[in-house]
Design a protein around this ligand. Sequence first.
Ligand code: DON
Length: 449
Amino acid sequence: MSTAADAVTEALSELHTRFTRLRDGRPADYIPQLARTDPDAFGLALISMDGHLYSAGDAGTPFTMQSVSKPFVYALALSVLGLDEVSRWVNAEPSGEAYNAISLEPDTGRPDNAMVNAGAIITTALIPDTPAAPRSDRILDCLSRFAGRRLDVDEQVYASEAATGDRNRALAYLIRSTGPLPVDPVAAVETYFRQCAVRVTALDLAAMAATLANGGVNPLTGDAVVPEPVAAQVLAVMATCGMYDASGEWLLRVGLPAKSGVSGGLIAAGPARFGLATYSPRLDPSGTSVRGRAALGALSERLGLHLMHNPALAASTVTLVATAGDLPAAGAAPQDRALRERVGVVVAQGAIDFTAAERVLYALDESRTQGAGPVVLDLGQVTGVDRVARAMLRGGLGRIAAEGVRTAVADPARRLALPGPGQRGAPPDPRSFATREQAVAWCAGGPAG
Ligand code: DON
């Protein structure tokens, strides 16, 4: 039976059909085991913030993460050490160079890009390594939580890279030669090879990208894998550095934080919207999947996913600015009508952030029809109020109340945490009620509570 949400599957299937025709590029062979893959495997997957899964083609085919592991291990390092400490050892500057470049700052020897191999090797070295919790185990655990299931290492791919990965070892020696370091990048290279050989599917990668997009909480399991600020920091580095020397053009054309890997995986994240992943091992000369690049570019255009699109297109926040006299009032006595006419009412909906809070405060000022009339802000249809918006709304309502005007919110979920009717805030503090009608009655001169 088809469902309404098949529209998303249809979009993915259509891209799958369209780009299966692309036969440019070939699988990486500098890690010999990667050349043994099926060059024509092609899968796409999308996971929403509600944990809805959509896929097309070979979305369940296993392959190794390779460089797609880098942002997640960077997230682990940030969670353990914080941004300032991590940044002492590895910078997040788009270096405009290939993934295997000798990309070190000339004066300090610090890798300047956390998403190229040099930066990723030292990032791995920063993960604590103790007998009780070896570095490799910590990394595998963290990657598994991002995916929402237990992952494992493809030992053949690991052995293949360990046998041939002298360029990465040389990079680690170069980093170590630059001065005293608290960690040993040479020892960490073998762990880096293991993290690159962690086996996933496109659906796993979509879950991992969706976890970053969802503020660090896996939308399938509800597991808070990394703190929200860390998820934001990782997405920022993916946006500027994730596609190596093609990062600028990618952000310009596709407009999403992304990360590619030489086994053919590619992820992109729409902050607060979705995680996307593709798998196709035919690579372009820069080591990025040809079909993945084409498919994500087309999907971004088709679904309007570019991050820099005009935010004015977002849904309206304020759905009503009126006086209480214009609103139905069950049981209000006729003599109350005049009092109710003086009460301005603003109804807001959706998620309230800085931008939405500015709209609400502007509407509150508009609603004060008689210059100094009481005001009610109805948050009954609001789905969330972030930290910044809470402070703005409390501040704005407080300023109106400080003029001696009765000011109330209908806030059944108590998102602003203002005092309720029975509680004694310092008058004339704004008051919080469960319903709009209770708030209007109080503002119109009912019991002050
Ligand atoms: O270090 C390497 O060369 C590989 N294990 C990973 C490189 C990679 O995936 C580059 N991305 N496109």
